[in-house]
Design a protein. Structure first.
Lengths: 433, 221
């Protein structure tokens, strides 16, 4: 819980943030935006000289990952918006990440350069060729220190494998393969091979008029490289084992909760669509987010989740208005903390919610500049659902539905969270005194 | 009447959203289209059930209309679908009156073929005189079976909880509760058959076509 002094940094980015992801050590934090840019933040190393800047995240690298493209065959523009970023575990000095838009996945290498070779024989210091007649001696070029430069280079481009819009990418625990999922298909790639991918799930019906559900998210198991899950727009999750068959159309496990008849409404079908699915770090549980709830499922129990948390149930009676203003289609993500004891997800009015699975307590916090002075304690917020509104409460009708927190990330081991509120990236760090 | 109006409003709104989603950057999104068509279908079922419940022939509301007013709905939907081609200015989303749609009621087979010729939307022709491109009878039969199978679920699915009475749509929720508590006791065999059978039958087919039109309009790339 963020009860103690928190360090807050707020960074205004040039565009709406569309994805946020810590790397495996938490040293780096990547954001992708609607304009196709990736901005990477790096945590400052602790140093005696700069006590106050200890652990702060600062911009490390910025690059344009995707550009708008045009599909001439379909007369469609392909958005450059970054849908997902996933890091590869670090294996050498360079960092690698996957970033994807609707159609193309790219592998980027981010590396540092802090030395520069000087003293070439054939070129002068500006790089111009020297007149060979003027060269009378030979010397060995030496590496001299230079200002740190961080460069990002695209190492692989995985294109033309998706007819529909990519919603997820997930790196396999074998670190050799990854998958990309669109509305109807999931493809398995090898990092080294860009001109081929294996199709491992295909739910496209022979007759598109019979289409009843689409794939909404997919993820590999954190430890078992043969296992992955994918969620659907019908609120179900399928777990597949790639050892069973090449095309995983038949699931190994099928997770579905029977519908609660008392909650049936006109919009029941669409609010049951799962917008995100995440394995716990332990690999024993999966968490799913639909429009109003977050659910935790035990992999060993398929017929219902073991925990259900109400994110903003006061919206249940507003579904028609939310349909009118399109908010009902918002896709919220959800995250686990490092120890899988707390889960977090976003809501409206720049609120985000945390649920402690052990104590069953929950808190609503707000990402706003007014409430986020550095070293200030984050104050819990409360939404008043009816009747008398207390002083600090906010009524449902006053909520700002244009301020939505769809993307959040939790540091893999510490109590540091990143919250994307439109163009602003908030990083809250819990410093227990 | 309230239920019908609200359901009609939702249907119109949904079609407008479908149209708009086509114009967005990145093209038609399959998931969004599917969700819109689901709401559309629910609204249509609600509309039909409410209409059947009403026991009032719609003819009395629109004296100038041609015999079966239910046939106008597919015209409306078809017109909306045809407009998705961008050949007409965007439809008025909130117009729930049937009168302005008189312009779209012209004899079938008139300007229709020209409007839909560019896109492969054969189903939109199937309910008009422009059959011939698609063997529509089979599809219709399948739809009817689907309808019959789906209808017992309708009242259950649309039954809101009392807690939903407050909020943005209080009237609809209350009306839904009133109307569907009756439907729950009906036999699950078919859509409510209280009105004369001849009225119930044609009610299925045009509605099917509307779903056909919409679903196909939605999934056609």
């Amino acid at each position: 819980k963020l009860r103690h002094h928190s360090i807050t940094t707020v960074t205004l980015l040039p565009d709406i943030i569309s994805t946020v992801e810590f790397n495996h050590t938490g040293e780096l934090l990547a954001t992708g935006d609607k304009g196709g840019r990736v901005v990477i933040f790096q945590r400052e190393q602790e140093s005696k000289n700069q006590i106050h800047r200890r652990g702060e995240y600062n911009v490390y690298s910025t690059f344009q990952s995707h550009e708008p493209e045009f599909d001439y065959l379909k007369s469609l523009e392909i958005e450059e918006k970054i849908n997902k970023i996933r890091w590869l575990p670090q294996q050498n000095a360079a960092y690698f990440l996957l970033s994807t838009n609707d159609k193309t996945v790219k592998l980027w290498k981010v590396s540092e350069r802090d030395k520069r070779p000087e003293g070439y024989n054939l070129k002068d210091e500006e790089g111009r060729l020297r007149d060979p007649a003027t060269i009378t001696t030979l010397r060995v070029p030496v590496l001299r220190p230079m200002d740190l430069m961080v460069e990002a280079t695209p190492r692989r481009v995985f294109a033309n494998a998706h007819t529909y819009h990519i919603n997820s990418i997930s790196v396999n625990s074998d670190y050799e393969t990854y998958m990309s999922a669109d509305d109807l298909r999931i493809n398995l790639w090898n990092f080294e091979i860009t001109n081929q991918s294996f199709n491992i799930v295909d739910i496209k019906p022979a007759n598109m008029e019979e289409l009843t559900e689409v794939i909404t998210a997919a993820e590999f198991h954190p430890h078992h490289c043969n296992t992955f899950v994918y969620s659907s727009s019908k609120g179900t999750i399928r777990l597949c084992d790639m050892r069973a068959s090449a095309l995983c159309d038949r699931h190994t496990k099928f997770f579905e909760e029977p519908e609660d008849p008392s909650n049936r409404s006109f919009f029941s079908e669409i609010i049951s669509s799962i917008s995100d699915v995440k394995f716990s770090h332990s690999g024993r549980y999966i968490m799913t987010r639909d429009y109003l709830t977050v659910k935790v499922w035990d992999l060993n129990m398929e017929n219902r989740p073991i925990e259900t948390y109400q994110v903003h149930d006061y919206l249940r009676s507003k579904l028609c208005s939310l349909y009118e203003n399109d908010c009902i289609f918002d896709k919220f993500e959800c995250v686990w903390n490092g120890s899988d004891s707390v889960i977090m997800t976003g809501s409206y009015n720049n609120f985000f919610r945390m649920f402690d699975r052990n104590t069953k307590r929950d808190v609503t916090l707000e990402a706003s500049r007014e409430n986020s002075k550095p070293r200030a304690i984050l104050k819990p917020r409360k939404v008043c659902v009816g009747g008398k509104r207390r002083k600090d409460e906010i009524s449902v009708d006053s909520l700002d539905f244009s301020k939505k927190i769809l993307h959040t990330a939790w540091h893999p081991s510490e109590n540091i969270i990143a919250v994307a509120a439109t163009n602003n990236l908030y990083i809250f760090q819990d410093k227990v005194n | 009447m309230e239920v019908q109006k609200e359901a009609q409003r939702i249907m119109t709104l949904s079609v407008w959203k479908m149209y708009h989603s086509r114009m967005q950057r990145g093209g038609l999104r399959l998931h969004r289209s599917l969700q819109l068509s689901l709401v559309m279908r629910s609204a249509r079922e609600l509309y039909l059930s409410a209409k059947v419940e009403a026991h009032e022939p719609e003819v009395s509301l629109q004296p100038a209309r041609s015999p079966d007013p239910r046939l106008h709905r597919p015209r409306e939907a078809e017109a909306e679908a045809a407009r998705l081609d961008g050949e007409q200015p965007s439809p008025e989303p909130m117009d729930t009156q049937e009168a302005p749609r008189a312009e779209e009621a012209p004899p079938r087979g008139g300007p229709r073929p020209a409007k839909v010729s560019r896109k492969r939307r054969s189903s939109s022709l199937s309910d008009g005189g422009d059959v011939g491109l698609v063997p529509s009878k089979k599809a219709r039969l399948e739809e009817e079976e689907e309808e019959a199978a789906a209808s017992p679920e309708v009242p259950d699915r649309l039954q809101p909880s009392p807690a939903q009475a407050e909020g943005a749509f209080p009237n609809l929720a209350r009306v839904l509760q009133r109307r569907f508590s009756g439907l729950l006791n009906c036999s699950p065999a078919a859509p409510p058959t209280a009105p004369p059978a001849c009225e119930a039958k044609p009610a299925c087919r045009p509605a099917d076509n509307m779903l056909n039109v919409l679903v196909r309009a939605v999934v056609a790339f």
